[in-house]
Design a protein around this ligand. Structure first.
Ligand SMILES: *[C@@H]1O[C@H](CO)[C@@H](O)[C@H](O)[C@H]1NC(C)=O
Ligand SMILES: *[C@@H]1O[C@H](CO)[C@@H](O)[C@H](O)[C@H]1NC(C)=O
Ligand SMILES: *[C@@H]1O[C@H](CO)[C@@H](O)[C@H](O)[C@H]1NC(C)=O
Length: 759
């Protein structure tokens, strides 16, 4: 992904004159442009991108309005870092490796409208980090590592319209997290790990119109919290593991027009689930597990009901649905999965009379069998315990009843303390010393969602250590001394979804213990000593989606070792000792999206190495793998689904063209010693047609050294079969060769003859 190149005008004469007229002082100020930057005085725009700056240059012209510092290495934004730039309206600090924003960092920026801190490394925000930004309208914090928000963090941002917190690591939203955001209309919280919103989490957002919560871990509609945002018109809740929605969830949004719940795990919907959303117009339920749904009571303005990708069963039970759709004039787009007679029929095209009711014995039987196959409905949903007890708290710990967090981090404790408030949801015991965690070590914590036990010297988890943690979803055991887990070590936490075991001493995957975790979703085993994956290692892990085994000693992944995890989406096997792609082990992973194999001594790829996952794979990492040669058939099976291909830092002198990868958004070929002669013409051609920066550079022959494979016309023009795609381009349009190549390709096809003559 690349932003557009900033246009870099040479300062023109006119503004300079104006500045001269304004007096010597401002002239001098305007003149000081830091060496590493490009200043456009007329537009008051200064760009110092990708300069490895470790601090904000102190000679930026005072009148600057837009400052672009993307791609530097600031790490820390100290207090009042921009106090000499009072006119700033736009500040871009993306990709600056920022870990800390000090209190008062932006003080003095009372005119700032846009602050972009996306793609940094922030894990917390001090309470006063954003003070002074009273005009700010947009704050981008996407792609950081924020785990929690403290109430009051945004308190000074009374003008903020858009707050983007997507792609962070938020687990929980405490009450009053967004207090003070009086004008905020759009709050983006997608792609976090939110499983719980405190009932008052969205209080203090009177102007909120749109809320994005897709791709989180919500197991139930957080109705109480959502109903605080009474002005919401659009609510996005897709890609959450919701199994049921009903009136008891308490959703009441008088202005809601559009609700998306696509790709969740909905198995049933209560007829009054949206009874208190009277203006609902569009309801998106695509990709759930609904075999039917009841006529929805309440949303009288509903016009569009999206049901594609649900296993709709078009038999007697669906008659009320059809009757309602017709009566209420709701358009719907689902199709019948069965019975056979109606398979594939559009729901909208059926009349109630098309659905046969029992009486036809065969039909009734079929429906019954199908219902049996659909299985039971998911587990009951966690509630929001409302009764905040007058909280006890163990000595040496801090228990915050508002957030339901309890912490005894780094207190030198030698045993797990007892007596936490019984409604604690997050318990942080990091950096203590518990060589052995005894049975039932966390009594009375049935509401616990997240348990932190990193850096505790743990060598053993006794059987039943987690007993009673019925609602635990996140367990952090990284950076301990564990070398194994007994079969009963993880019993008692049946909902556990995320298990962090990285930086321990596991010589193998603790398969027996994992059987107690039917909901395990994400398993982190990086940086252990696992040397092979044997069949059965993941036998219990049927719900596993993400498996991280980077930085182990794997030399082998046996066929069948991953088989039980049929839902696996991400598989990280990078930085191991694999000498070949474990193709057979990839059989039976129909949903795999991302495969990380970088940093293995692969050297070569066998033909059809990725065939078993060719249809699903979107991201493939093969960088730093010592690859020397790639045969054209190595990637067979991979097609338009592939979005990124990482082949950087290998020993490739050549690469076949891969036209079947027609939808690539990223291909990295940098750091390879390409040999640029006519044999590389197909690659050159293919790359020219991709609208991407690819980083492929010629290393040999010496005459071509350093040229980009894509642009090395002198190398390829003399080749037989050369067809001049670029010959028509004027010199002026050439430098940004990646702007229009697609268009160029289409032009090229019918002009080949002419251009050849021309050459
Ligand atoms: C920044 O540092 C990297 C790595 O040290 C170096 O390759 C690059 O050329 C530097 N960029 C600038 C603009 O100095
Ligand atoms: C928590 O403890 C309080 C008082 O000890 C009790 O009233 C309450 O019911 C308990 N709540 C839960 C969820 O166990
Ligand atoms: C491979 O490339 C990705 C993306 O640039 C990077 O994150 C990863 O660290 C690389 N792996 C190795 C082993 O260099």
């Amino acid at each position: 992904m690349e932003g557009p190149q900033s246009s870099t005008h040479v300062p023109s004469v006119l503004p300079l004159l104006l500045l001269l007229l304004l007096g010597p002082a401002s002239y001098a100020v305007a003149q000081r442009c830091p060496q590493t930057c490009i200043c456009d005085n007329s537009r008051r725009h200064v760009a110092c991108r990708h300069q490895n700056l470790t601090e904000v240059p102190n000679t930026i012209p005072e009148l600057t309005q837009e400052l672009d510092l993307q791609g530097n290495m600031l790490k820390v934004i100290p207090p009042e870092a921009f106090q000499d730039l009072p006119y700033l309206t736009h500040l871009d600090l993306r990709h600056c490796r920022v870990e800390l924003v000090a209190e008062g960092a932006f003080r003095g920026l009372g005119r700032l409208l846009l602050l972009n801190l996306a793609s940094n490394r922030l894990s917390t925000l001090p309470q006063e980090a954003l003070d002074g930004l009273r005009s700010l309208r947009r704050l981008e914090l996407e792609g950081n590592m924020l785990e929690e928000l403290r109430p009051g963090t945004f308190g000074a941002l009374g003008a903020l319209v858009t707050l983007n917190l997507a792609h962070n690591a938020l687990v929980y939203l405490p009450a009053m997290a967004f207090q003070g955001l009086l004008r905020t209309r759009w709050l983006r919280l997608s792609h976090n790990a939110l499983s719980v919103l405190a009932p008052e989490a969205l209080a203090g957002l009177p102007a909120l119109r749109r809320l994005s919560l897709q791709h989180n871990e919500l197991q139930a509609l957080p109705g109480a919290a959502l109903s605080q945002a009474r002005g919401l018109a659009r609510l996005e809740l897709g890609h959450n593991p919701l199994t049921y929605a009903g009136e008891e969830d308490g959703l009441a949004l008088p202005g809601l027009r559009e609700l998306t719940l696509e790709h969740g795990a909905l198995q049933a919907l209560g007829p009054r689930a949206f009874a208190h959303c009277p203006r609902l117009h569009t309801l998106d339920l695509r990709g759930n597990q609904l075999d039917t749904l009841p006529p929805l009571q309440g949303p009288g303005q509903l016009r569009r009901l999206r049901l594609q990708g649900n296993p709709l069963w078009c038999a007697c039970r669906a008659r009320p649905l059809l009757e309602w759709l017709a009566r209420a004039r709701v358009r719907s787009d689902g199709a019948c999965r069965g019975p056979r007679r109606l398979r594939g029929e559009a729901l909208d095209a059926l009349r109630p009379a098309d659905l046969r009711c029992p009486g036809h014995a065969a039909e009734a039987e079929e429906e019954e069998q199908e219902r049996a196959r659909a299985g039971p409905r998911g587990p009951p949903r966690p509630g929001n315990g409302e009764d905040a007890a007058a909280a006890p708290c163990p000595h040496a710990c801090a228990c915050v009843s508002e957030t339901r967090h309890s912490s005894c981090e780094g207190r030198g404790l030698q045993a797990v303390p007892r007596g936490f408030p019984n409604d604690t949801q997050l318990l942080d015991l990091r950096r203590n010393l518990f060589p052995s965690v005894p049975r039932a070590a966390f009594p009375g914590l049935g509401h616990l969602v997240s348990l932190h036990l990193q850096h505790c010297g743990i060598a053993e988890l006794e059987p039943g250590a987690l007993a009673g943690l019925d609602r635990l979803i996140y367990l952090y055991l990284s950076d301990n001394q564990l070398s194994g887990l007994s079969a009963a070590a993880l019993e008692g936490a049946p909902r556990l979804g995320y298990l962090y075991l990285e930086h321990n001493r596991f010589p193998q995957v603790p398969g027996a213990a994992l059987r107690a975790l039917p909901s395990l979703f994400s398993l982190h085993l990086q940086d252990n000593a696992v040397d092979h994956l044997a069949p059965g290692a993941l036998a219990g892990a049927r719900a596993l989606r993400f498996l991280y085994l980077s930085g182990n000693r794997l030399t082998q992944v046996s066929p069948g070792a991953l088989g039980p995890a049929r839902e696996l989406e991400k598989l990280y096997l990078d930085q191991n000792q694999l000498r070949e792609v474990p193709t057979q082990a990839l059989e039976g992973l129909p949903a795999l999206l991302e495969l990380q194999l970088s940093g293995n001594p692969l050297r070569a790829l066998q033909d059809g190495a990725f065939q078993p996952v060719g249809r699903s794979l979107q991201h493939l990492f093969l960088n730093s793998s010592g690859l020397e040669q790639i045969s054209p058939r190595a990637f067979s099976g991979l097609g338009p689904g592939l979005q990124s291909l990482h082949l950087q830092k290998n020993q490739l002198q050549a690469l076949p063209a891969l036209p079947s990868l027609s939808q690539l958004e990223l291909i990295d070929l940098s750091g390879n010693p390409f040999h640029c002669d006519c044999q590389l013409l197909p690659l050159h051609r293919w790359l020219t047609g991709l609208n991407l920066r690819v980083g492929a550079t010629c290393a040999t022959p010496p005459s071509a050294r350093g040229q980009r494979v894509k642009a090395a016309a002198a190398v390829f023009e003399p080749c037989p079969g050369w067809t001049a795609r670029k010959a028509k381009q004027t010199p002026a349009s050439r430098p940004s060769a990646r702007r229009n190549p697609i268009k160029r390709r289409h032009q090229g096809a019918d002009k080949v003859g002419k251009e050849r003559g021309h050459l």
